[in-house]
Unconditional design. Structure first.
Lengths: 224, 331
């Protein structure tokens, strides 16, 4: 993968925010099966500000824009999602620092920092039926894909799509899991049989980001 | 959905504005943080007591802000804990030299927001202590779960620390008193119907006409089991059989007995349940020191009720008997 610049980061973050806003009802409905149904709406409260105000954010560095989003989420998003997603963006921001472009290894390091933040804030680990169960295998897949030589030619498009597909399958695989974190944990064995809303959201977001990414780089290829 | 509502996403702010305007100047409202607070707070000689939690449980928590109860409440949306920023800004605004007490119902969202908010406040040099309310016996407690939920028993914690704070108790004393109440209070709720969050616009879960949910959470979370609807007497038996052995409450104990409506049950039904519970406790030698029959912690328009028992000692009895002035007044 070639070096990624701030306009790539813009594309990913804008797509992510729009996807979350567009799917708020779907995510909330998933959450009402075993949780309390606030997940999609809570996230929307923050990401709709990201969508509307993105152009005004400080984008002098990758760290700056991630930090701004972290603050927006801490200020607007209630429930479990605000502290979890807010901490993820703030940790990612620290890992990104004042870089304005970065390599595949940097991308993975930033994502791993976000995961560490989620684990720190929520106290969850893998297999507890949370968004981590989709996010972590997706990042592992992306890391392997980005290490392949082809990743340079396609700007990581194939690696990102594989990661998105893994996230969707991993989210589906949360169905038989017993929820141990968040409000879904209160349902005990009755949480078994429904997918985790957070893990499903990770799959949906990555699919959208991957589609936008492929579109951008396919256009670049044909434009040459 | 059939509700008195304009834009569903403005449900909470419009409700809060009503609470503020109805208070006749006793309360203030800061829309930016869903914040309702006492106009006469903070005070240098009193610990400030704050609660967040989600909306949809009214009168908890915004309608019980007042002298002798909460000093401020900064709820999130319906059934969602407040954003971290609400906690941080509310705590800063209510900062007192005697400190600030955070009352947190034990839900992951509330805990995370208040933990992060407290860390931020402590960086600013604000003295903060936290009480975690977890009275719901429906949730089996163990090390790997998120622990028991805070439900209607929260009222007694607020009442006790609110009264003690008015008499000048220190932050450390309030933590001791609050933990004493938390250690002695137990609740079980039963739902007959579902509820509809305004933004969702449809019921949170399905429940048949002849069914009830035993151990319901106040956000519609499933409880211990779904069973056929039984008589009121049998329902009280289910409640007492879950609550009494849990502490356990024993013959000779004095208790506060609360029958709390979940939002869609008539006050008549609540008194019917109360009478049955009172007699059954008396038969076990458990004496009701003080009764509470009303809506204290609801789940929107859910039909249902919870039963709370608090074992009282002389100190707690004194605090429960202290006056309080809150928005919910019927006379």
């Amino acid at each position: 993968m070639a070096a990624t610049a701030i306009d790539d980061v813009d594309l990913v973050l804008r797509t992510m925010a729009k996807t979350i806003v567009d799917n708020a009802v779907y995510f909330a409905d998933l959450d009402s099966v075993a949780g309390d149904g606030d997940f999609g709406y809570s996230l929307r409260n923050g990401f709709e500000v990201v969508v509307s105000d993105y152009d005004t954010f400080d984008r002098s560095s990758v760290g700056a824009v991630l930090k701004k989003i972290g603050f927006v989420l801490s200020g607007k998003v209630g429930g479990v999602s605000g502290p979890i997603w807010g901490t993820a963006f703030l940790r990612a921001s620290q890992a990104a620092g004042d870089k304005t472009e970065f390599t595949a290894a940097d991308v993975i390091a930033i994502l791993r920092a976000a995961v560490a933040g989620i684990m720190h804030r929520g106290g969850a680990s893998l297999g507890e039926k949370t968004l981590l169960d989709a996010l972590v295998p997706a990042i592992d897949t992306m890391e392997t894909g980005l290490a392949r030589p082809e990743a340079v030619q396609d700007h990581g498009s194939a690696a990102l799509q594989e990661a998105a597909d893994v996230a969707v399958r991993a989210a589906e695989a949360t169905k038989p899991m017993l929820a141990m974190r968040g409000r879904a944990a209160y349902t005990g064995e009755r949480s078994i049989g429904s997918v985790d809303a957070g893990a499903t959201a990770v799959g949906v977001i990555l699919q959208s980001v991957s589609a936008a990414w492929r579109e951008k780089y396919a256009q670049k290829e044909t434009g040459r | 959905m059939k509700k008195f509502v304009n834009d569903p996403r403005q449900f909470v702010p419009e409700m809060l504005e009503g609470i503020y305007l109805a208070s006749g100047g006793r309360l203030k409202y800061e829309p930016k943080y869903n914040l309702i607070y006492r106009a006469d707070m903070p005070q240098a000689n009193k610990v400030s007591i704050i609660q967040g939690s989600g909306s949809g449980h009214e009168p908890a928590h915004t309608m019980i802000v007042g002298k002798g109860m909460l000093d401020a409440a900064c709820p999130g949306d319906v059934f969602a804990g407040p954003p971290v920023e609400f906690v941080y800004e509310t705590t800063k605004l209510m900062n007192s030299p005697k400190g600030v007490l955070h009352l947190v119902n034990n839900y992951t969202g509330d805990r995370l927001a208040f933990e992060q908010g407290r860390e931020m406040c402590e960086m600013d040099g604000i003295k903060v202590a936290t009480l975690l309310v977890n009275d719901d016996v429906a949730v089996k407690d163990s090390t790997w779960t998120v622990g028991r939920r805070g439900v209607a028993g929260n009222f007694f914690v607020i009442k006790a620390v609110g009264a003690a704070s008015e008499k000048g108790a220190s932050l450390e004393e309030l933590v001791r008193i609050g933990n004493d109440v938390i250690a002695n209070v137990r609740t079980l709720g039963i739902a007959l119907t579902s509820c509809t969050p305004p933004v969702k616009g449809s019921p949170l879960f399905e429940i048949a006409d002849d069914e009830m949910e035993v151990g319901i959470g106040i956000h519609g979370e499933p409880g211990r089991q779904r069973t056929k609807l039984v008589s009121a007497t049998e329902i009280v038996d289910i409640m007492l059989n879950a609550v009494v052995p849990d502490l356990p409450f024993k013959g000779g104990d004095e208790v506060a007995l609360m029958i709390n409506g979940l939002g869609g049950t008539t006050i008549g039904e609540l008194y019917l349940l109360y009478g049955i519970a009172h007699k059954k406790l008396a038969a076990q030698g458990i004496k009701v020191f003080r009764s509470y029959v009303n809506e204290y912690c609801t789940s929107l328009e859910m039909a249902g009720a919870s039963l709370t028992l608090l074992k009282v000692n002389e100190e707690i009895k004194g605090l429960l008997n202290e006056p309080a002035e809150v928005s919910i007044r019927v006379f």
